[in-house]
Design a protein around this ligand. Structure first.
Ligand SMILES: *Cc1c(COP(=O)(O)O)cnc(C)c1O
Length: 394
């Protein structure tokens, strides 16, 4: 297995667990137990049942006829936008809350930037009746009022991180501090395939339901279990990891990862980590990271809050470095245009994160008999204000 994590959590040269000593007991407890627990019959039974009855899985693999005709190729959309809470993130939070319960944790903490992961975490805490504390930068609390209200409505406590830039990385620092102080009763739910081992591997396994379903659905629709291309946007990389997972070792499947070029790769305002990033350590993991020459992390920028992350998960750093995946970066403007195009051609209003992936259709050639699967990672309800401003829809 060349593209999966090894038993120390390395994907090639990337990954691992670079953590302060005081976090060691928490991470070690998780590392020793996560595979055994998540592969147990009782876990799988409960996980699958919730994915079916609560999340609404399997999500459809929808053949997009108008798009396919226009681009003269076969285009399918994996409809993660139809999951409960509006995106793929809940697949992971369901998995992790079941893990937390089996580790006898009574309290959940999480960090959130735009609030999507915070909402997905608050949702499963409400479902399971566990105490929930969400750390969020005080600037993000101002910018993302509707998601703050959702979390509160779901019964979570939202704690403001007031240090530094008052955004995601400061919220992450606060969450880590909380976990160090509460090692016995608290589980930390990380929201993407980032962080120290075992998080990237654990989150990828929970999200891999996306490609497992895709295999079965393609077998039915196309008479073969794999497509020619899988395409997904990459923030931290969890929806992409979920779509790629069961195709990673099948070299007949081309993997395309789409990053946010923001205002342009060389504008100083982007999140194009594969182009601009260098090796470094962020949130306990060795990966590609946007940083200055002396190693200070650069503030990322994207019009979509979910892609606005200065690194990528270690799986994706390895896919890039080994050339297993093609990386393409798409500027804000093109992503916004695709939000409108997908709405009007297919009647699907995508999240702005998701819209980035579709822009690949304009920058790369596909052939008529090729089968392409896009991950439609989330719906655009949360982005309506941004679409309204951009397209002057008022
Ligand atoms: C959070 C989010 C993303 C980015 O996160 P990944 O971990 O890279 O998947 C992409 N799309 C949507 C809809 C999101 O909410």
């Amino acid at each position: 297995m060349k593209y999966q994590a090894d038993n120390k959590g390395f994907y090639g040269e990337f990954g691992g667990a670079y953590i302060p000593e005081m976090l060691y007991p928490n991470i070690e407890e998780l590392r020793q137990n996560y595979i055994q627990i998540s592969e147990s019959d009782s876990f799988q039974k409960e996980f699958q049942s919730l994915l079916t009855n609560y999340v609404g899985r399997p999500t459809p693999l929808y053949f997009a006829e108008s798009l396919s005709e226009k681009y003269n190729t076969k285009i399918y959309l994996k409809r993660e936008d139809l999951c409960h809470t509006g995106a793929h993130k809940v697949n992971n939070t369901i998995g992790q809350i079941l893990m937390a319960k089996r580790l006898n944790k009574k309290r959940i903490i999480a960090e959130t930037g735009a609030g999507q992961h915070g909402v997905a975490t608050a949702t499963v805490c409400a479902l399971m009746g566990l105490e929930c504390v969400i750390y969020m930068g005080s600037l993000d609390i101002q910018r993302q009022a509707p998601n703050v209200a959702r979390m509160k409505m779901l019964g979570a406590e939202v704690k403001a991180a007031k240090s530094g830039s008052k955004t995601l990385k400061d919220a992450t620092n606060e969450a880590i501090r909380d976990w160090i102080n509460n090692p016995v009763d608290t589980h930390y739910i990380i929201g993407s395939v980032v962080g120290p081992h075992p998080y990237p591997d654990m989150v990828a396994r929970f999200q891999s339901v996306i490609s497992a379903e895709t295999q079965a659905q393609l077998l039915e629709k196309e008479n073969r279990e794999y497509p020619d291309h899988v395409i997904a946007c990459v923030g931290g990389g969890s929806n992409a990891a979920g779509l790629y997972y069961h195709f990673l070792e099948n070299l007949q499947v081309n993997i395309i990862a789409v990053e946010a070029a923001g205002k342009g790769i060389n504008s100083g305002a982007s999140a194009a980590t594969s182009v601009l990033g260098k090796e470094g350590i962020i949130h306990g993991s060795k990966t590609l990271l946007m940083q200055t020459l002396d190693g200070q992390i650069t503030e990322p920028y994207s019009i979509s809050a979910g892609l606005d992350y200065p690194g990528v998960g270690p799986m994706h750093a390895h896919l890039f470095r080994s050339k297993r995946a093609e990386f393409i970066s798409i500027p804000d403007q093109e992503a916004m245009d695709w939000g409108l195009t997908l709405s009007q051609m297919e009647g699907i209003i995508p999240a702005i994160e998701t819209a980035h992936a579709f822009a690949v259709l304009d920058v790369r050639k596909f052939y008529p008999d090729e089968v392409i699967v896009f991950n439609c990672s989330g719906r655009g309800d949360k982005d309506l204000d941004t679409y309204i401003d951009h397209f002057k829809l008022k």
